[in-house]
Ligand binder design. Structure first.
Ligand code: PMP
Length: 466
């Protein structure tokens, strides 16, 4: 065995404790830990090291989140200082902390329009749950209690708490959980690569918008509260909607008094070369903005729901039956978490991370697109540092691999062996690296991916899958 990076922790003990006691998120209980998990022990910029000392390029920033890169000394020192001063005090009712107040003000300055009021939580799911509770509260306050239905989208990802999971339009993940889906309608995925037969690229956007309007009329606008959407779908497969789609969908929402929720958990804080993408990139003005991940670069759990002044004015009106807005978490406005968020944003802005992503994002996409020449790469898509490859058995018919081939996982495994971590999602691999990723990292990533795909193609031929 290689020398352990953490001399106090025996690798065999970690494996044993993990296997016996940890329930992993999205666990595959059948396959779990046949060989023992990879134990990640240290990170530096876009490199990550396992406990056996093996070095990898982190092609996914942990889970789309370590935007400023691993092991940032400045942020670590700031976290230490805040912990020594005051790690935590509650922010219920009339208590606050300088970091919660200042981070809220900073987010208000970054978010477009009148998105000026921030509710803090610990992650994206909680922030989406908060958004929906606020929407319901808002329409109840307005005396429109029938406006309860939610428009989401197939393959949209919004989290894993009871409600956020229901908002998530990935049907296979719903099985077995009895999620509260009665009030949710899932619109079609705006998926240019897999648009319906007979619809050309030019009319595809209008086709989707017509479908949305038909659904709104069918349900009745008086019954619909909100539309939730990621500007670019992430975990559903890095799906970029046709040009103009989001603007037209938002225009419909305005027409029918439907509130818009921009789930920017992945897209904000530099991944697409902008701090906030709704207005700057997609030219839309949401009523609610949901933030997490890059907000703290994953150094501590933090999420935020930002609402418009108009919504805030309504939900803060006096209410006869209960004077409180009875929603809150122990860790809302957590002093250390908010201090981390503030410092993280300062670093992102000061060190020009958006400029870096704008410079290298197009090169990354261009290089990755060269892999479309390989046999099984159906499409390379995405933008800047949010990219994916979709694999098919036949490029003409766009036939997907059977589930049991586990194509994304195979290429993940082949890449990991070569020192690159990518994310397998069904028939795809996702790339969402730390924003420190430079030309060397991009070139090495492309080289490893190419070798890994070619090796996998050879194996698939031998196994008769191709
Ligand atoms: N929204 C989006 C767009 C996400 O990608 C995620 C997480 N991948 C979430 C919400 C949920 O965030 P969390 O896992 O922090 O609860």
């Amino acid at each position: 065995m290689h020398k352990s990076l953490n001399p106090n922790q025996d690798l065999e003990l970690t494996w044993r404790n993990d296997k016996n006691h940890v329930i992993h998120p999205y666990a595959n209980f059948e396959n779990f830990s046949k060989e023992g998990s990879t134990v990640y022990a240290k990170g530096h910029r876009h490199f990550i090291y396992d406990q056996q000392g093996q070095k990898y390029l982190d092609g996914i920033a942990g889970l789309w989140c370590v935007n400023i890169g691993h092991g940032n000394e400045e942020l670590a020192a700031h976290i230490g200082e805040q912990a020594r001063n005051l790690a935590y005090y509650n922010t219920f009712e009339d208590s606050t902390s300088p970091s919660a107040a200042n981070l809220a003000a900073k987010l208000a300055s970054l978010c477009p329009g009148t998105l000026n009021h921030v509710f803090f939580g610990t992650g994206g799911s909680m922030a989406n749950d908060t958004a929906i509770k606020m929407v319901h509260y808002y329409f109840n306050m307005l005396g429109k209690p029938k406006k309860k239905k939610i428009l989401s989208r197939n393959l949209g990802y919004h989290g894993s708490t009871y409600l956020a999971h229901a908002l998530t339009g990935i049907a296979s993940t719903h099985i077995g959980f009895d999620l509260p889906k009665d009030d949710i309608t899932y619109l079609s995925t705006p998926y240019p690569y897999r648009k319906p037969e007979g619809i050309d690229s030019h009319s595809y956007c209008d086709y989707l918008i017509d479908e949305m309007e038909t659904k709104i009329i069918e349900i009745g606008a008086d019954n619909i509260a909100c539309f939730i959407a990621e500007p670019i779908m992430g975990a559903g497969g890095v799906i970029v909607a046709p040009e103009g789609y989001l603007g037209k969908a938002y225009a419909l929402c305005k027409k029918y008094e439907i509130l818009t929720i921009a789930d920017e958990v992945v897209t904000a804080f530099g991944r697409l070369g902008k701090m906030i993408t709704s207005k700057e990139m997609f030219k839309v003005q949401p009523d609610i903005m949901v933030l997490a991940k890059g907000l703290s670069s994953g150094y501590v759990p933090l999420g935020a729901t930002v609402i418009s002044s108009a919504m805030h004015e309504v939900i803060s009106r006096p209410k006869a039956d209960n004077p409180y807005f009875s929603h809150g978490f122990t860790y809302s406005g957590h002093a250390l978490a908010c201090a981390t968020g503030l410092k993280n944003i300062e670093i992102l802005e000061r060190d020009g991370f958006c400029e870096h992503v704008n410079k290298w994002g197009p090169y990354f996409k261009e290089q990755l697109t060269t892999l479309e020449d390989l046999p099984i790469v159906g499409e390379v898509r995405g933008s800047h540092f949010m990219l994916a490859l979709e694999y098919v058995t036949d490029k003409k018919t766009k036939t997907s691999f059977p589930m049991e081939v586990n194509i994304g996982k195979r290429i993940y495994t082949a890449s990991k062996k070569r020192g690159l971590i990518i994310r397998p999602i069904g028939p795809l691999n996702v790339l969402s690296p730390p924003l420190t990723y430079d030309k060397d990292a991009i070139d090495e990533t492309i080289g490893i991916l190419k070798d890994s795909i070619l090796e996998t193609v050879t194996t698939l031929h031998k196994e008769g899958h191709l």
